[in-house]
Design a binder for this molecule. Structure first.
Ligand code: SF4
Length: 326
């Protein structure tokens, strides 16, 4: 795209964004801590799923000082339900790094931000541009798709970042980056993009082009979890500290294949994590059979204390379904 076309394209997209952007809580101010929390939460998670978690998380940890000072278990408890708990652990670690090594000052450029735990290229660019106005472009799936259609050809790897940087409006970097992502999320969607309503239609080389990759095959897994209750308490097991996923979090014990016949199936939950769809039977197990479900590190937890523990998303869902958790 020739240089003389880039200026009007920038103007058109920014004007559209300022009129049409969704009213999202992290767009209300440009505080680096808040932008950081929102960007970490939004990784691999839909906006609608993040909204309430974002509000509650900031209520509990209104500043980086408060976040750094609290225990990891409390941070995980507040993150519960969002999944991908490694994000929360790294955010907490990075907050401690900022307090310990940077005097509580969050770096104001992408290079400095990338040195923090859990902050990759995309996140560093998003925080630096939105909170600090640094002229550095972001690339996510939305931006990549919009660029491929605008230019009429897909790019890969570093070439996408370079192209995003060429189009970036350096005077309005934060708004520009958000505008590109918003266009991809709301108008230039993977399927059925709304080209007639698109603010950059006149510069687009491949309106409506199919940029989707073949859907990866998803795995299906069936399992059963035991819900054992006794005198206002629930039996929970803790995942091992070295587990590759959700280490240290609390969950309903898993039942060996066929053991669900010993109890009553209370409900069946569907739960998806990355490329796997789980079908999970929640089984009320008599107390005398607890041994079969028991895992090392399990314990009885008062129902009133469940919300204070870092629970896996599936366990949270099951406990809510049974009216044991608000
Ligand atoms: S015209 Fe259509 S394909 Fe092109 S950027 Fe706009 S919505 Fe996307």
């Amino acid at each position: 795209m020739p240089e003389e076309e880039i200026l009007p394209l920038r103007r058109a997209l920014l004007a559209w964004y300022r009129q049409n952007r969704r009213d999202l809580p992290w767009r209300k101010d440009h505080d680096a801590y808040r932008v950081w929390v929102s960007e970490i939460m939004l990784q691999q998670t839909r906006v609608a799923a993040v909204l309430e978690h974002y509000r509650l998380f900031l209520e509990a940890f209104p500043s980086i000082e408060v976040l750094a000072a609290d225990e990891e278990s409390q941070v995980l408890a507040r993150w519960s339900g969002l999944g991908y708990y490694r994000r929360a652990r790294l955010l907490h670690k990075a907050a401690r790094t900022v307090m310990r090594e940077l005097g509580g000052n969050i770096p104001e450029n992408a290079a400095g931000l990338r040195r923090l735990e859990g902050v990759g290229r995309y996140t560093a660019a998003a925080i630096a541009s939105i909170a600090c106005g640094e002229a550095v472009a972001v690339v996510d799936g939305n931006v990549e798709r919009v660029l491929a259609r605008l230019d009429g050809r897909p790019r890969e790897g570093e070439a996408v970042w370079q192209r995003a940087q060429e189009l970036l409006d350096p005077r309005h970097a934060g708004d520009w980056n958000q505008a590109m992502m918003e266009l991809g999320a709301m108008v230039c969607t993977p399927r059925a993009p709304q080209c007639l309503a698109c603010p950059v239609h006149e510069w687009c080389r491949a309106p409506g082009a199919d940029t989707s990759r073949a859907q990866e095959e998803r795995k299906r897994v069936r399992m059963a979890r035991a819900l054992v209750t006794n005198a206002g308490r629930v039996y929970l097991a803790q995942r091992e500290a070295g587990a590759s996923k959700m280490a240290g979090m609390w969950e309903l014990p898993e039942l060996a294949s066929g053991a669900e016949r010993d109890g009553e199936v209370l409900c069946t939950l569907r739960h998806s994590i990355t490329d796997t769809d789980y079908e999970v039977h929640i089984v009320a197990l008599p107390l005398r059979l607890l041994k079969a479900a028991e895992k090392r590190g399990g314990r009885w937890v008062d129902v009133a204390n469940l919300a204070k523990l870092p629970l896996t998303g599936l366990t949270r869902k099951a406990l809510r379904r049974q009216g044991l958790l608000a």
